[in-house]
Design a protein around this ligand. Structure first.
Ligand code: SF4
Ligand code: SF4
Length: 79
């Protein structure tokens, strides 16, 4: 399963990544404020519809805060 890491300390809460994710795996955490004074973006994977590693979120982030980790397929696996 692929996943992303958001460097939330630099996040400005613009929501571009939220809108970009085709699987709706990113949200804005309204319960926390980072050092810049913004509600940061958070990643929540979904076992039923997991991150594909498409990197659309990383490409759209104006602050370049998102790293994408793609898990390799197992040899002989179908997925
Ligand atoms: S890599 Fe793609 S599927 Fe994964 S969180 Fe980013 S936009 Fe969503
Ligand atoms: S696109 Fe970047 S700056 Fe904007 S909410 Fe997402 S992580 Fe934060």
């Amino acid at each position: 399963m692929s996943y992303i890491v958001i460097k939330e300390a630099g996040c400005k809460g613009c929501s571009y990544c939220v809108l970009a994710c085709p699987r709706k795996l990113i949200g804005i955490d309204q319960s926390r404020i980072n050092n810049l004074g913004y509600n940061p973006a958070v990643f929540t994977n979904n076992d039923a519809a997991p991150c594909t590693g498409c990197a659309l979120c990383a490409e759209i982030c104006p602050e370049v805060l998102i790293e994408v980790y793609r898990k390799r397929k197992k040899a002989g696996g179908r997925k």
